[in-house]
Design a protein around this ligand. Structure first.
Ligand code: PLP
Length: 400
């Protein structure tokens, strides 16, 4: 029978469609360490789009831990943690993280994405309900999609709407066995915070679990950078899973969940991404532990990143930019159309400033933006230079 099927021609067509709609992703190449002044695509630029909020990626203690541990334990763990790759450095990291978070237990993963994708689908099944904030990170969305539980969404940060969803859920017959609420702690595209106290209160009234993804809150919010649960002074009986990552403020790579002993035991016995994938190299685990040490002993990094963030935010707002509702070192500079955000990023790039335009599908179509991210080592002079460039570019493109 004749058919016109081709195995791969749609890949190129789809890519060309993205280019024609200004929705393609342009990869740049970092040719130096991730520092405020770095070399990208052969050009020296001011970095304003790294997750390395505390500059721990290049902190001497963190780098030294990675080198020394690699020399002693090798470049790789040799296996999944579930088989023979569970080294003392992995166990030490789990233990130190739990201590840092003032929690009974933590379990570390290869990445934050893998933590969400591994743990979330195991928390429920048919007869259960998973409720998500509409702007949750893609790794939560994928984790939820991997589960057979019913799904519901509440409007972004809207506790009243969450209440509505809950009331509706209570009419379900038969009653849902388990209900979980999933939310980012800090929303990665906007820098705003989940109303975690209200969410925890509603959850308690309905016997629901609360799962918060604090990827961008750790190292920035809470006592000494302990994250959003500490920021809102919530207990482990109010937020049942605190998920996070070592790839942002901690400056390395890896994910984790923190909560009770039962959670840890349940997670490493059921999460497929944990059970069926190689352990992070020992040097990585040791570097993450060293990053925790730095957070515990050098509080100045957290103070400085917040100082820099306030300086940049005030400058952008004084210039007339719309920066949404950020409360963290993530500052969205709203541009509207994806083309405008790309044009502003290009203008800044030509002026030696590296930022990324963020557009559909990462955010809604008309909510394209530049996402500015501050770090500890930015100097006031560097930020003032960036502000001047933003102002000129913004005027030229009629954003301000
Ligand atoms: C909110 C949120 N959750 C999870 C992740 C995934 O973390 P990781 O980089 O460790 O995979 C990210 C990273 O982009 C994130 O922003």
């Amino acid at each position: 029978m004749a058919f016109s099927r081709h195995p791969t021609d749609y890949l190129g067509k789809e890519y060309r469609r993205l280019v024609s709609e200004n929705l393609n992703w342009q990869l740049r190449v970092l040719e130096s360490a991730s520092e405020p002044i770095c070399v990208v695509d052969g050009k020296e630029v001011l970095m304003l789009c790294a997750n390395n909020y505390l500059n721990l990626a290049t902190h001497p203690k963190v780098v030294e831990a990675m080198i020394k541990t690699s020399e002693n334990y090798g470049a790789g763990a040799g296996s999944d943690r579930s088989i023979s790759g569970n080294m003392v450095v992995h166990e030490e990291l789990d233990r130190r993280l739990a201590e840092f978070k003032n929690a009974p237990a933590s379990l570390t993963f290869q990445t934050g994405f893998m933590a969400n994708e591994g743990v979330i689908p195991q928390l429920g099944g048919r007869g259960d309900l998973f409720i998500s904030d509409e702007l949750n990170h893609g790794s939560i969305i994928d984790g939820v999609r991997l589960c057979h539980a019913d799904r519901a969404i509440f409007e972004h940060k809207d506790a009243e709407d969450l209440n509505r969803v809950m009331e509706e859920a209570e009419k379900h017959d038969p009653p849902y066995k388990h209900i979980w609420i999933f939310t980012d702690g800090v929303f990665s595209m906007d820098g705003d915070l989940a109303p975690l106290t209200e969410i925890a209160k509603i959850a308690k009234e309905h016997g629901a679990g609360v799962y918060v993804d604090d990827a961008h809150g750790e190292g920035v919010l809470g006592k000494g950078g302990r994250g959003i649960v500490s920021h809102f002074s919530l207990g482990r009986d109010e937020v049942h899973v605190e998920m996070g990552t070592f790839s942002k403020a901690f400056g390395v790579v890896g994910g984790h969940i923190t909560g009770g002993e039962d959670l840890r035991n349940f997670a490493y016995n059921t999460s497929r991404s944990w059970l069926l994938s190689g352990a992070v190299p020992p040097g990585v685990a040791a570097a993450c532990t060293a990053a925790i040490d730095v957070l515990e002993t050098e509080p100045q990094h957290v103070e400085k990143v917040l100082h820099n963030r306030n300086h940049m935010l005030d400058g952008l707002n004084d210039a007339g930019f719309d920066t949404g509702n950020t409360e963290t070192p993530i500052i969205p500079v709203m541009c509207g159309k994806s083309k405008t955000s790309k044009d502003l990023a290009e203008y800044l790039w030509n002026d030696g400033i590296f930022v990324l335009p963020i557009f559909y599908p990462m955010v809604a179509r008309e909510k394209a933006r530049i996402r500015v991210q501050l770090c500890t080592k930015h100097t006031t002079d560097q930020l003032n230079r960036a502000l001047e460039s933003f102002k000129e570019g913004g005027r030229k493109l009629r954003i301000i």
